[in-house]
Design a protein around this ligand. Structure first.
Ligand SMILES: [Zn+2]
Length: 278
């Protein structure tokens, strides 16, 4: 299953295969709600968007590929966005990340109208737009990471198994289930993210946001790791795991917030996540 992209032949655009799982498998028409319907000349990929857009698109594609190579995403079942000024660059629906080129760049405005590219944006566009509109997010990463998705089906909040929840703003909530790609799911996610930089989506996956793609990727990976740890520690018969108290988590969160080299550009913005190393 992890090799599903390799069997489809190379260089074929729009292999929106039925074998690809998840909402971005590109089932038929009508996806990318609010994305504006085709037509019009939106320029050829990032060339129309300038150097900043080109660099951001490269970073977005690299991040999307990393979610696959690190096992957080199977096929095209996740999606990534990054904001450059008033343009939200997003992964297109149904195109394997290893085939994305600079000319495939997809950009939308905060109102969801497509301003760059001709491929359809991710079907989770409403969720990404909600985050970019309602929070200070510069980047958003959504995955169906296995352990996180498993936990999302078990609890309403990730038990306090590790202090790194403090780096995500506190106990990680699970957003109630709603159909993928809907405004209802976007609203549920926004509520679950109140005061947090990551949450789980019930029976679905993860959502994290941050000041950069690197930071947001790191938060996603930390969340998946914590879910894995909780599943491991809670799977020993007769030995329920010790959990941290809310006060212990707050104390760790305060230390993490003050850790590292803050206010020093993108590297400094990732400092909270680096607290794990210290
Ligand atoms: Zn999804």
């Amino acid at each position: 299953m992890t090799d599903e992209n390799e069997g489809r032949g190379r260089g074929v655009r729009g292999v929106r295969g039925a074998e690809s799982q998840g909402e971005d498998a590109g089932q038929g028409q009508g996806q990318g709600e609010g994305a504006g319907a085709g037509g019009g000349d939106r320029g050829a990929g990032v060339a129309a968007g300038g150097a900043g857009v080109a660099a951001a698109w490269d970073e977005l594609v690299a991040t999307a590929r990393r979610t696959v190579t690190d096992g957080l995403v199977v096929g095209t079942s996740g999606n990534v966005s990054v904001r450059v000024g008033d343009v939200i660059l997003v992964t297109p629906t149904g195109v394997p990340y290893d085939r994305l080129t600079p000319s495939d760049a997809v950009g939308v405005g905060l109102d969801g109208r497509q301003v760059l590219g001709s491929l359809r944006p991710t079907s989770e566009l409403p969720m990404h737009l909600a985050l970019h509109r309602e929070t200070d997010a510069r980047a958003v990463v959504h995955t169906h990471a296995a352990h996180a998705t498993a936990v999302s089906a078990l609890v309403a909040e990730l038990p306090l198994i590790h202090y790194m929840a403090g780096a995500l703003g506190g106990p990680v909530r699970v957003a109630p289930y709603a159909t993928y790609g809907t405004p209802e799911l976007a609203a549920n996610v926004l509520r679950a993210l109140d005061g947090r930089t990551a949450c789980l989506l019930q029976n679905h996956g993860t959502l994290a946001h941050g000041a950069s793609l690197d930071q947001t990727y790191d938060r996603t990976a930390q969340l998946e790791w914590m879910c894995r740890v909780w599943l491991l520690s809670s799977s020993v018969p007769g030995l329920p795991p010790h959990l941290l108290s809310p006060a212990q988590l707050r104390e760790a969160g305060d230390r993490l917030a003050g850790y590292g080299q803050r206010g020093d550009g993108p590297r400094g913005q990732g400092a909270a996540g680096d607290g794990l190393l210290g």
